[in-house]
Design a protein around this ligand. Structure first.
Ligand SMILES: [Zn+2]
Length: 249
């Protein structure tokens, strides 16, 4: 079965993304691609083998160097389940390794996703029986704690553990020379909300991540945000908080 390549978006000289799917029912998070001189590093793996194979084919079509590593922003399935397609080492926080090991032991996979679809029949998940037979959770073999800087040829990635209510292992990945920061889902509410409202976002965390050296902030399930946009939402949120406080007093 041949399929059209995916539509990637270039963010900076070395950073491309497969944007999150606009249909939330597909639970398809943003996948980042950091294209160095001789290797490509993926930020998150895609939510399925099907998507991972499409990512591989699309990178080949644009003659990107081979994928050398995948870095997980956190352990959730929609960010990690495509990893076994690439056959490369995964990098993540020590806690991500623990949580993924636990998921492996509990056999989190087909039944888990099937239950999700039973609960919410609008979900569209691209999994076949053949894919499930080949599926395995890829544990990170390279782990870090706190903060780490990794060099991939001409590209430096800085990994910062931020944790938070969405996932205790949330990591922010900073593409140092390109001024691009991958946030994963770090400032989102705890998982399980079908339609989280903006009020549930951890704006204090988002504010704390703003850094003058970074122009673009990319999270798992929204469009990329420029600094000015982040500042605008933080300002409007601060105004709202003041109004609410004034109303209560
Ligand atoms: Zn998540």
């Amino acid at each position: 079965m041949s399929e059209l390549p995916l539509k990637l978006t270039q963010i900076s000289p070395r950073v491309w993304i497969l944007p999150r799917h606009p249909d939330k029912n597909r639970v398809q998070a943003t996948v980042g691609m950091v294209i160095a001189a001789e290797q490509t590093i993926l930020i998150d793996a895609g939510n399925s083998l099907h998507l991972a194979r499409q990512i591989q084919a699309t990178l080949a079509a644009i003659a990107a160097p081979p994928i050398s590593h995948v870095v997980y922003t956190h352990h959730h399935w929609d960010h990690t389940f495509g990893a076994c397609v690439y056959g490369v080492p995964a990098i993540a926080h020590r806690l991500s390794r623990e949580l993924l090991t636990q998921m492996r032991q509990e056999n989190i996979g087909e039944t888990f996703l099937r239950t999700k679809v039973e609960r919410n029949p609008r979900l569209i998940l691209n999994w076949t029986a053949e894919d499930w037979a080949k599926f395995e959770i890829v544990l990170p073999t390279i782990t870090y704690e706190g903060r780490d800087r990794l060099q991939f040829g001409d590209v430096s990635l800085e990994l910062v553990h931020v944790g938070g209510v969405h996932a205790a292992d949330s990591t922010v990945i900073r593409v140092v020379d390109d001024g691009v920061m991958f946030l994963g889902d770090c400032y989102y509410p705890a998982p399980g909300y079908e339609n989280p409202t903006d009020q549930m976002l951890d704006m204090a965390m988002l504010a704390s991540l703003l850094d003058k050296k970074y122009d673009t902030y990319i999270d798992g399930h929204n469009a990329p945000m420029e600094t000015s946009f982040v500042e605008r939402i933080l300002r409007s949120r601060a105004v709202l908080a003041r109004l609410n406080k004034a109303r209560q007093t």
